[in-house]
Design a protein around this ligand. Structure first.
Ligand code: B12
Length: 135
C-alpha cells in the first residue's frame, strides 16, 4: 500500500518524521515522505498524484487544529479521495488538552484515525487493524 506522510503546517520537528518513514517501510508500505513544513493542500495533491491509500500526518508543535481543520472541505472537492485513510498523530494541542476531546474534534474535521501522544508503533498497529476491517 502507498502512504503519503509529512509534518503539517509551520512545524519543523523532523525526528518523528524520519522514524515514521523508516517504520512504514519496515512494515512494507511504499512511502512518499513530504517532510516538515507541509501544507494540507500539498498533502492532498501528493495523495492524488501518487494514488496513495493512506495519508499519515504528524503534528508536534501543538498547532494541528489551525492547519488541519479544512480537511473535509478539501476532501469534498475530489471523488478519488473517498477510499483514502486519513490519519493524524503527534502532540495535537498545547497544554492540558484531553484525548477524549481531541479525537472527536479531529474526526469531525475529516480524519479517520486520530492519535494524541500515542507512540508510533501502537498507532501503526491500529492503522493495520482499521485497514483490515475496512476491506
Ligand atoms: C527537539 C525539539 C525541538 C527542536 C526541533 C529540531 C528538529 N528539526 O526536529 C527545536 C529546538 C527546533 C524545537 C522548536 C520548537 N518546539 Co520543540 N521540541 C523538541 C523536543 C525536545 C523533542 C522532539 C523530538 O524530536 N522527539 C523525538 C521524537 C521521536 O518523538 P516525537 O516527536 O514525540 O514523536 C513521537 C510521537 O509523537 C509519535 N508520533 C509523531 N507523529 C505521529 C503520527 C502518528 C499518526 C502517530 C500514531 C504517532 C506519531 O511517534 C513518535 C515516536 O514515538 C520536544 C519535547 C519532547 N521531549 O518531546 C519539543 C516540543 C515538541 N517542542 C515544542 C514547542 C512548543 C516548540 C516551539 C514552538 C518552541 C518555540 N516557542 O519556538 C518550536 C516550534 C517551531 C516550529 N515551527 O515547529 C513543544 C510542543 C508543545 C505541544 N505540542 O504541546 C514540545 C512538546 C516541548 C514542550 N514540552 O513544550 N523543538
Amino acid at each position: 500500500m502507498k502512504v503519503v506522510t509529512g509534518v503539517v503546517g509551520n512545524d519543523i520537528h523532523v525526528v518523528a518524521n524520519r522514524l515514521i518513514e523508516i517504520s512504514l517501510q519496515a512494515r512494507g508500505y511504499e512511502v512518499f515522505n513530504l517532510g516538515v513544513n507541509t501544507y494540507l493542500e500539498e498533502f492532498i495533491d501528493a495523495v492524488i498524484e501518487t494514488n496513495a491509500d493512506i495519508l499519515l500526518i504528524s503534528s508536534l508543535n501543538g498547532e494541528a487544529e489551525g492547519w488541519c481543520r479544512e480537511l473535509n472541505i478539501l476532501k469534498s472537492k475530489y471523488k478519488s479521495l473517498d477510499d483514502v485513510v486519513f490519519m493524524l498523530g503527534g502532540n495535537l494541542a498545547v497544554g492540558e488538552a484531553k484525548t477524549e476531546d481531541l479525537v472527536p474534534k479531529f474526526k469531525n474535521y475529516g480524519f479517520d484515525l486520530v492519535f494524541h501522544q500515542v507512540d508510533l508503533n501502537s498507532g501503526l498497529d491500529a492503522l493495520e487493524k482499521y485497514v483490515k476491517a475496512k476491506k
